[in-house]
Design a protein. Sequence first.
Length: 552
Amino acid sequence: MNVGDVPMSLSVAARQVSLLRLLLLAVALGVLTQGLPDNADTVDIRRYLGWLVLLVAASAAILATTVRWVRARWQLALQLVFDLIWTGLLVYFSGGVASPAVVMLFAVILTGTLALPGAAPFVMPALASLALAGSGMLYLAGYHPLGAEAIENNPVLSNVNALLSVVGVQIAALFLVDILGQLLARRWHEQRLFTGELLDQLGEGVLAVDRHGIIAYANAEAMRLLDLPPGGAQGRKASELLAHPTLKPVAELLEDDDLPALRRFDDANGRQLVLRLTALSDRRGRPLGRTLLVADETRLRVLEEGAQRSAHLAALGEMAAGIAHEVRNPLTSLRGCAQELADLNMRDGNRDGADLAKIMIDEADRLARIVEDFLSLSRMRTPRREDIRVEQVLSDLRELYQRREDLRPGALVFVVDPDTPSAFVDADQFRQALINLINNSIEALRGSAGSSITVTARAAPSGNPLGSAAIEITVADNGPGIPAELLNRIFTPFFSTKSRGTGLGLSLVQRIVRDHEGLVRIDSAPGKGTAVVLLLPAHSQTRTFVRALGGR
């Protein structure tokens, strides 16, 4: 049962029914002392009613201590039927349809409608109507506890037409109260649903605790972030619900007397949570309890770190791009000169000189490729995103790498989960990022026996750092791994752990993922291989609708 699915939790409703029962007992005492004629005929009736009130009072005390164990609607329904039975007996022994205790039946029906809305409508007024009609019939047949004098002195009980009219009006009123109660319960339910949906969509967890440490409200986000067990938190003690060792910081914060309070901690799932505790008061400033706000700052921190890294690399990239422009022209001239020297040495028969010139040409070409790669990185176009079937992209890559001679059969495996959604990406850039990652793994495994590379695609979990529907692509190998001290530099342009290459492959991957509003993560350790995880936005109906209206 999710919070907000019913107007009130069953334990709270049971508590309110118990409070009503105490009020009914007070009315019963009033009827016992003031509602009966003071004569010899009512002595036995008072005795019987006294025992009835004592029995109900004892039952009420027992039921009041067991409200926390009310977990099913039928348990609460039985309590309401019990209240109908004893109030019906009170009505019969205190004057039938003319008894002042009839009002107690209306109170039971209204409370039942509010506590259990929509549960067998009209059943409660039907049962109460049977009690009134039965009582009226017994009085008409002469089976009543009151003496003849009391009947004759009562204008309702002494007149058949008047008695039937009163019974009819009372029964109609019972059903009218039930209908009005259902309307009130529906409006109340809709209001709570609206409030619950509003709080559920805040993006933060909300947990309200009363002065006794009982959880009065918990929205869906609070249940998810705190990993609370299913079945609802409302009406349960916070200390019991937060007893798990991983939730100890939350339980300790709720006991903090210095308000407002703030605390940060990492939960068992690696999420970085921020807890804010404030006092909850009514309009007059009287304390009602406490409110705990739970926020997941995991994605925010990742984005902040990525933004800082991107700003640093952007500044470095602008400077290096300017240098690359200046280097390319002289490099072209140097290569031309080296080519001329090679031709001259070949004509003169100077083989050594020609070989040296050839080395200069090859190195100039390598520098030119580095400059071109870097300029491509700095000039990368804005992604033209569309919905792409990930399975098709990986199938194309499988065919591409089947022709690689430096890969043994079965070394590269592609695994696509059937539930993987479409990706909302630029097809060419997405393909390029995967090729760079696969090539990096191939280079890392070069010369090693039993090499293995696995590319997997699946739907990202609902609690992923992007905070929305996403796909998760993982490129994992069983290579030598990367030392921890080098992981922070792995996306830096021109940095590489290999003797070959330009060191721009991962920088390009990061740039592509960042431009797609995604995230990239590397898990690696020496001797345990490397896994690069990409989180990219998935196709969604909402995004399709926005694009149909002319949005991005």
